[in-house]
Write a protein that binds this ligand. Structure first.
Ligand code: ATP
Ligand code: MG
Length: 372
């Protein structure tokens, strides 16, 4: 797929800026705090309706304005699409495809696919499990847009159930926990049904991604180090049928019932799951140098690109935010060789010296200064 144009209005530090992409590779060069990452973030939002910087909508809208708009034209094998995302300071969003506004955000997802790779991604290895869950969810949204809806349903039930638990925290009456649990039963059933959908999809995605990532990792590290990725749900997933997983979910909830009423929060479910990254059976977080951790993240990102390409049958965009400078020359080449002209790539940098002349000659170069 090929992003032809991008039009930003009152987005971040951009007042109004149209960009036309004229090559498979675009290098955005400029000093710090000029708007390079902001532009990549706009593309990321069109692809996932999420920002990996975890920005709230009121931070995305230009200071002093109420509305921001991101508009793009995209060429796919199926034809040209026209995407518009409108963001408001009050958090209300609207999406339109080819000029028609869409009721469900899920119908907007999956039109533009993109993999984002920035220095923040090191948190995938070093950070807590929520980083890996977010990463996996963002990937899944692109692989099967209906997942966005499933996740939303789960989070909705989770919030309701948490609110109920919080309200009744420590209020165990003379009859013990029984009355509380009768009321909770409604939420439990919904949590188990929606949670099972989340768990099974996450597990399936990791099973597909793991061998691809392991192959890239072996390739880049050029050694016998073996990368293992495993989805580790806190509800046992040995069973194959959704009904069996739901049953296991409910059993686990019963086991944690007392702890849940003391803690006033839901302790069972995919919001507490982990994606285990290990190298030669050693958890990656405790393992190795920063360079080795970067190799792992690079392998994950290349695997994402490949998996999305396999599933959607078209190469996604690659958004590289300041990562080249962090890789050694060998890994830089590994990445650049893989991209070649296979993936349309937007790259930010503060100086062009990281690129060789062949790259510079074949790339579109945009100078970014103060939101222009
Ligand atoms: P670096 O090289 O440091 O990564 P960058 O060019 O990637 O820089 P961006 O993150 O794209 O920088 O842009 C940061 C600039 O955007 C900052 O000056 C910040 O104040 C400004 N900015 C961010 N959000 C808004 C907003 N909502 N309204 C106005 N300006 C904003
Ligand atoms: Mg930046």
């Amino acid at each position: 797929m090929y992003l032809k144009t991008l039009h930003l209005r009152q987005f971040r530090n951009y007042e109004e800026q149209k960009v036309e992409f004229t090559a498979a590779k675009t290098i955005l060069v400029g000093n710090n705090a000029q708007g390079k990452s902001n532009l990549l973030e706009a593309v990321e939002l069109l692809a996932t309706l999420r920002s990996h910087r975890m920005a709230r909508d009121r931070d995305l809208v230009k200071e002093g304005e109420a509305i921001a708009q991101i508009h793009a034209t995209l060429e796919r094998q199926t034809g040209i699409s026209d995407l518009t995302l409108t963001l408001r300071r009050n958090g209300r969003r609207s999406v339109a495809l080819n000029g028609e506004s869409l009721r469900r955000q899920m119908d907007f997802l999956g039109v533009l696919n993109a993999v984002q790779f920035s220095s923040l991604d090191l948190e995938l290895v070093r950070g807590g499990p929520e980083n890996r869950r977010n990463w996996l969810d963002t990937l899944l949204i692109q692989l099967e847009p209906v997942y966005a809806h499933i996740l939303q349903q789960y989070n909705h039930v989770l919030r309701q159930r948490n609110a109920f638990l919080k309200k009744h925290q420590d209020s165990v009456g003379a009859q013990g926990f029984a009355p509380l649990h009768q009321e909770l039963a409604v939420w439990d059933a919904q949590l188990a049904t929606t949670g099972t959908r989340v768990i099974r999809r996450r597990d399936r995605a990791i099973q597909r991604l793991a061998p691809i990532a392991a192959a890239w990792h072996a390739n880049i590290s050029g050694s016998t180090e073996v990368l293992q990725i495993k989805y580790a749900p806190n509800v046992p997933l040995e069973q194959n049928q959704p009904e069996e997983v739901q049953q296991a979910f409910l059993t686990k909830i019963q086991q944690r019932a007392v702890a849940e009423s003391y803690r006033g929060t839901t302790l069972v479910g995919p919001h507490r799951d982990e994606v285990e990254l290990a190298i030669n059976q050693t958890p990656a977080r405790q393992y190795g140098s920063q360079g080795q951790q970067r190799t792992l993240v690079l392998a994950l990102k290349l695997a994402e690109l490949q998996l999305i390409e396999e599933v959607v049958k078209e190469p996604p965009l690659l958004l590289l935010d300041d990562v080249l400078a962090e890789l050694d020359p060998y890994r830089q080449n590994q990445l650049l060789d893989t991209i070649q002209d296979r993936f349309q790539t937007l790259i930010t940098t503060t100086h062009l010296s990281s690129f060789d002349s062949q790259w510079l000659n074949s790339s579109q170069i945009l100078f970014v200064k103060a939101g222009e």
